[in-house]
Design a protein around this ligand. Sequence first.
Ligand code: G3H
Ligand code: 13P
Ligand code: ZN
Length: 323
Amino acid sequence: MTHYRDLGLSNTREMFRKAMAGGYAVPAYNFNNLEQLQAILTGCLKSRSPLILQISKGARAYADQTLLRYLAEGAMKIVGAAEHPIPVALHLDHGDSYELCVSCIETGFSSVMIDGSGLPYDENVALTSKVVEYAHKHDVTVEGELGVLAGIEDAVSHAASHYTDPEDVEDFVGKTGVDSLAISIGTSHGAYKFKVKPGESPPALRFDILEEVERRIPGFPIVLHGASSVLPQYVEMINKYGGQLEGAIGVSEDQLRRAAKSSVCKINIDSDGRLVVTAVIRKVFAESPKEFDPRKYLGPAREELTNLIIRKNREVLGSADRA
Ligand code: G3H
Ligand code: 13P
Ligand code: ZN
């Protein structure tokens, strides 16, 4: 058993307490490889933001769970040696079984999500409670989920969404003992979040549901998944250099700013990073067809991703200068 504290990691409890009090959200960025991790780390160190580093089941399968864990451990050496260290949580994104959560906790994760949102309510309560019981023995924090987000990624796939029913939240939080709760208020995973006709604006998020949740569980940390903005400049860049992402659309930054000021303490961003990396690599390939050194295209992609992260922390989530 490797305890996260021995790696210099933090759980999310204090991070969320401060975010709630300060009216901002802590960024949760997914990583699958070295360059993404470097960009996330550099971006958060430069902007002095607390950080939740997320690893999905798909990331563990892609990059090897042992290698990823040592990458995270290496990242913590860099954080520890930084002039201005930041709090970092290592978090399992969309854990789908008790066994997976236990395996992550045993190898140094400081926070896990158990996503029972696709299960019948009572089964979600039972599975989440079981994970909380084990996690809390090790002072690891747990994120549960109520309501279903649509969208397709490797390990998370639902054709249709349904909003969180605020009437369930007190019962769920009370019975399970979770430390934070992901809710569904209209976001979805991936780069196609809304079906809109050209020229039309996407529908607003259901802030009325969020407000009712806040009324029922005041001061309780809420998590927003599917929160990429799918920035048009990167979609256009991808399409300009041979990609085909027509109709890609995300959550407006204004709505994210509003969410970050509420009881939403954690905002999950993965697709935006994927888009930046893809856009830059496509551009390098198109403009320098003779290039074949991965450092010459992964390097610029890493730099652009670093800048994106700094901008999000500073201008959208409000987490910059909070560490
Ligand atoms: O919400 C899912 C995350 O974006 C991770 O996606 O399962 O494709 O790694 P993934
Ligand atoms: P996006 O697909 O909007 O980046 O959402 C990521 C996410 O929710 C990870 O759990
Ligand atoms: Zn998610």
